[in-house]
Design a protein. Structure first.
Lengths: 351, 424
């Protein structure tokens, strides 16, 4: 029995030792995930858990923006659209049809996918600042629609009285953290797959991709839909956690914040924007609760930090830290810890 | 060695002698306990500042007078201020409420201004059975929640302002007064431009204005809706002038109100301005080049004898903070409502305190305060009526209810006649 158990555990242990612990970045990710999952055991303070829950939701949102804009280069300045569409759809289904959040959130996410198509199709021919401006317009249009039909959307008041996610703060925390980590992993896998490679290539040279016989239209729409899907999950979780879907979920400020989190952490990485959200959301909240004049200057402080990161680490905080801790083998492209002098796989000299 | 022994002996004697004194002191301290009350609002804006000013003033008065008595114990009020940032972020507002309750461990909260954010804050307070005394958001829907689900939302009360329906009613009364002055001067039927911010509380007012203005022997020149945070309304005011309006009926609560008054005075738009403009309730208006002159708005307070407490409250507030109170200073009244309810209940148990707040009937600086079944402050002649104020020579003057008692026989000493702008 013990021998059987040992044989089952031996392989994961080997994988952990050989694939994870050999690289500082992977070790940090594992430690970070464990810390997140263990946090409720260290504190039961509902305020602290609330801040991390929101950070988790915004991490999914930031990563979904990265999937679209970071990888494919389709600059989206109105990412709150997907968040808001899914939020309102979940809220309407929950309050009017009595659907459980377990159903209303996935359906809301599908609505966000449709929103992704609606935005993606007319934007196919647009590039650069024209695409950015077009995407910026969509949440504004939806906000107008919300105010135009207050009988359905609740107008400025929004839709309140939504069902809670699990009924306990710790339950909400685990649900959202597990979803954030799993969805983050799924997005990372997508971006590291063949599809992700094409997304990346689209950003670098769309003409070359088309010349290679790849249907760029299909991949661009796929990026919009996937991004909408994940942002939609974040939107659904947010409205059920806050128990209100309101026009503020479509505000431009939210769209800009998503970009700030992503740029801060490092775009085209998935984990960078997630880390950005997990650093900046609690930091902003922490500064807000500091005594004057720090609380009054919190946006200035955040802006200064972001400017410094952009100035000295244009690739983003996480990407820079990773590059400082690790080296890529020039021959086999495998990452190694920076202190190594030769590649751990092909033994090529790294210095 | 002897010296050391003597010193120790002296020390022991002093300690023995001091023990009863310290014990008494300790007992006195244990009798003076704390009641933790949270004040939540956008602290970098005038609304949040007045939340703070009103609560601070009341808490200091109550503590100075001996605090809150529960049985034989005396409790001092300890205030915790939270910046809700609600004008910019609903998420921040909800976080601030959660922090007040779970970190600062407050038993009661007061404040709030933006309906959308107050709803989110309301839910958190209700989850924790923390009594939340609203003093800023006017939307009827906040109190409708109490009637729809009493057991959950009974911990919510609105102390200020009166709800948007009543605000609309008073502003129509003021509109009638101004329109009469316009008709008398011009000899024409008043043409009214409706100028409201895009917000839920203004929707019923705009709808009522469009429906009722023709019934009041006036014409509607048009409706203009602007963002609450717009910084320039020149185009709207030009359109209003071109539409031939001679009265502008306002419904503004955001910073746009200040820019509106500035442009209206600078451009000398030939239309009398009347209605609701929260920015015009603030003393900052006199810093404008036009000193805000002739702007007329509804207000909760004026330096007239709404009750015998109004002028002393008003003067103390102005002396201390250098500006007159806005409706957000309703936290002052909220604090006294809470104090009296706690003392009557003889406990801090929220359910018992709710029962006592429901029985509130007190004379406050804004009028006589009672609550209806939806936990909304009662608006009526003889209760809280609100007032109309006009800026004249950089000072606020009460112009409504008229001094002649033509509105429901209500008249307050110190009311002055309404004046039309000289450029009309």
């Amino acid at each position: 029995m013990i021998g059987l158990l040992g044989s089952y555990l031996r392989r994961p242990y080997k994988e952990l030792k050989g694939e994870v612990l050999v690289l500082p970045s992977r070790t940090i990710v594992v430690v970070f995930c464990l810390a997140l999952l263990l946090l409720p055991l260290l504190t039961s303070d509902s305020y602290t858990l609330r801040i991390f829950i929101l950070a988790g939701i915004f991490a999914i949102l930031a990563a979904s923006w990265d999937l679209l804009s970071g990888y494919t280069g389709q600059m989206n300045l109105g990412h709150a659209l997907f968040f808001g569409v899914a939020g309102y759809t979940s809220a309407l289904l929950n309050t009017n049809a009595g659907l459980h959040p377990g159903l209303s959130i996935p359906i809301g996410s599908i609505a966000a996918v449709v929103a992704g198509l609606i935005v993606g199709i007319p934007c196919l021919r647009l590039r650069g600042p024209y695409l950015a401006l077009a995407t910026l317009a969509f949440p504004l249009i939806l906000t107008g629609v919300i105010f135009a039909v207050p009988g359905i959307t609740g107008g400025e008041l929004g839709i309140s009285g939504l069902s809670v996610l699990t009924g306990s703060r710790v339950g909400d925390y685990y649900l959202i953290m597990v979803l954030a980590l799993v969805l983050g992993f799924v997005m990372w896998k997508i971006c590291n797959s063949k599809t992700g490679l094409i997304f990346h290539a689209l950003r670098e040279d769309e003409v070359a991709v088309r010349a290679s016989g790849i249907n760029t239209t299909r991949y661009k729409l796929l990026a919009f839909c996937l991004s909408g899907l994940f942002a939609g999950v974040a939107g659904g979780l947010y409205v059920h956690f806050m128990r209100i879907a309101s026009p503020s979920s479509l505000e431009l400020m939210l769209s800009f914040q998503v970009i700030i989190w992503a740029v801060f952490g490092g775009i085209a990485t998935i984990y960078g924007p997630m880390a950005g959200a997990f650093v900046l959301v609690p930091l902003t909240e922490y500064l807000r609760n500091m005594p004057p004049p720090v609380d009054e200057m919190r946006m200035l402080i955040i802006a200064a930090i972001i400017l410094l990161v952009l100035l000295f680490m244009p690739e983003g905080l996480v990407s820079r830290l990773r590059d400082r801790m690790e080296k890529v083998c020039p021959r086999c492209k495998i990452r190694n810890i920076a202190s190594r002098h030769e590649c751990r796989i092909c033994h090529t000299a790294l210095d | 060695m002897d010296l050391i022994k003597r010193a120790i002996t002296c020390l022991l004697v002093v300690c023995l002698l001091a023990t009863p004194v310290l014990a008494c002191g300790g007992e006195t301290q244990s009798e003076t306990k704390e009641i933790r009350i949270g004040v939540i609002g956008p602290t970098f804006y005038v609304q949040g500042q007045h939340h703070r000013y009103g609560a601070e003033m009341a808490a200091e008065e109550i503590n100075k007078a001996g605090g809150i008595s529960i049985g034989e114990d005396t409790y001092r009020i300890k205030l915790f201020f939270a910046n809700s940032n609600e004008l910019l972020s609903v998420t921040d507002a909800a976080n601030a409420m959660e922090r007040l309750i779970s970190v600062n461990r407050v038993s009661f909260v007061m404040g709030g201004i933006r309906t959308e954010a107050v709803q989110a804050m309301q839910d958190i307070a209700m989850d924790n059975k923390v009594i939340f005394l609203g003093s800023g958001a006017a939307a009827v829907e906040l109190c409708t929640r109490v009637t729809e689900n009493y057991d959950r939302y009974k911990y919510w009360f609105r102390v200020a302002p009166v709800n948007s329906d009543h605000l609309g009613h008073v502003s129509f009364q003021m509109l009638g007064m101004v329109a009469a002055a316009v008709a008398q001067k011009t000899g024409n039927t008043p043409r009214v431009a409706i100028f409201a911010e895009q917000a839920v509380w203004t929707d019923p007012i705009v709808a009522a204005a469009q429906a009722n203005i023709p019934l009041m022997d006036m014409e509607v020149a048009g409706t203009w809706r602007v963002s609450a945070t717009a910084t320039d309304v020149t185009s709207e005011l030009t359109a209003i002038r071109n539409a031939g309006a001679n009265v502008i009926f306002t419904a503004l609560s955001g910073p746009v109100g200040r820019h509106y008054v500035q442009k209206w005075g600078e451009l000398e738009i030939p239309a009398a301005s009347v209605g609701i403009n929260v920015e015009a309730q603030d003393a900052g208006l006199k810093a404008l080049p036009t000193k805000g002159n002739y702007e007329t708005t509804l207000n909760m307070y004026a330096r007239v004898n709404l009750t015998e407490k109004t002028i002393p409250f008003y003067d103390t507030f102005v002396d201390r903070f250098g500006e007159p109170p806005t409706y957000n200073a309703g936290t002052y009244e909220a604090m006294y409502v809470l104090k009296e309810a706690i003392e009557r209940a003889g406990t801090l148990d929220p359910d018992s305190v709710v029962e006592e707040i429901e029985k509130t009937d007190r004379i406050s600086p804004a009028g006589r305060i009672t609550f209806d079944d939806s936990h909304d402050i009662v608006w009526s002649p003889g209760y809280v009526t609100t007032v109309g104020i006009q800026w004249l020579d950089g000072e606020m003057h009460c112009v409504w209810p008229p001094a002649d008692g033509s509105w429901e026989d209500v008249s307050y000493e110190g009311v002055v006649p309404y004046k039309l702008p000289p450029w009309m």
